[in-house]
Ligand binder design. Structure first.
Ligand SMILES: [Cu+2]
Length: 241
């Protein structure tokens, strides 16, 4: 019996490490499972925003009833268009509707006002090429391409051609100035109310300008502002009718 017990006790003694090992394995397994759970809970945390996104995405289709009313998107576009127009200043609106008589010249509004680059009505009594002044264009490579309505003026040492031309009071005027010789010429009015209207051209060059004719009828004298040129007869007259 004792011998039997001994082996039994020996069995118990042998079983104990095995039990401990099993417990250890179980604890390890538990730790691993817990760790995996915590990881998986983190990943589900990461997933929750995605599911939120999915929810918001599914919320968008819930807007579909709005979309189904076909006017929805168009209405938005129209509203935006109206907002843009509402935000435009009167100057910007006038400029948007204005038309250019000469390439690079000032635009003319629907109510026949010569506009600045900012859409304001130009002033004729300021410094030439200042922001409010009508601006001379760059050199025009093909003067023959200018519209018929443009008054074509040629300046040479012999004088100004034509020496007289007519314009309508208060109306937009487009005129080109050509140097018909090897000299530089500067077209200017001998009148403070038209000080802004000036065109300078190099030898055989053509430039142009669009400006508002004076409201007051009368004769406005023109001269070449290059020293000595007026004395040799470079003058003309603009008749406002
Ligand atoms: Cu001259």
């Amino acid at each position: 019996m004792i011998n039997e017990n001994k082996p039994e006790g020996g069995k118990k003694n042998k079983a104990l490490p095995v039990i401990i090992a099993i417990i250890a394995v179980l604890v390890l397994a538990l730790i691993v499972v817990l760790a995996m759970n915590s990881n998986s809970s983190k990943t589900t945390d990461n997933k929750t925003p995605q599911t939120n996104n999915n929810q918001t995405q599914t919320e968008n289709p819930s807007d579909n009833p709005m979309d189904l009313e076909d006017d929805g998107p168009d209405m938005v576009g129209e509203v935006e268009g109206e907002l843009i127009e509402e935000n435009m200043t009167p100057e910007q609106e006038a400029l948007a509707e204005a038309e250019e008589v000469i390439d690079g010249g000032n635009k003319v509004s629907r109510d026949n006002k010569v506009l600045t680059r900012e859409g304001k009505v130009t002033r004729n009594d300021v410094e030439p090429m200042s922001p409010d002044a009508p601006q001379q264009t760059g050199p025009i490579s093909d003067p023959n391409s200018l519209p018929e309505e443009v008054i074509k003026i040629t300046m040479t040492a012999s004088g100004v051609e034509p020496a007289s031309f007519n314009v309508s009071a208060g109306a937009p005027v487009s005129l080109s100035v050509t140097s018909g010789d090897k000299y530089t010429h500067i077209f200017k009015f001998n009148d403070e109310t038209l000080s802004a209207v000036a065109v300078g051209v190099g030898p055989n060059e053509t430039r142009a300008i669009t400006f508002q004719a004076p409201d007051a009828a009368g004769e406005y004298s023109i001269y070449c502002d290059v020293p000595g040129h007026t004395a040799r007869g470079e003058t003309a007259v603009m008749v406002v009718q």
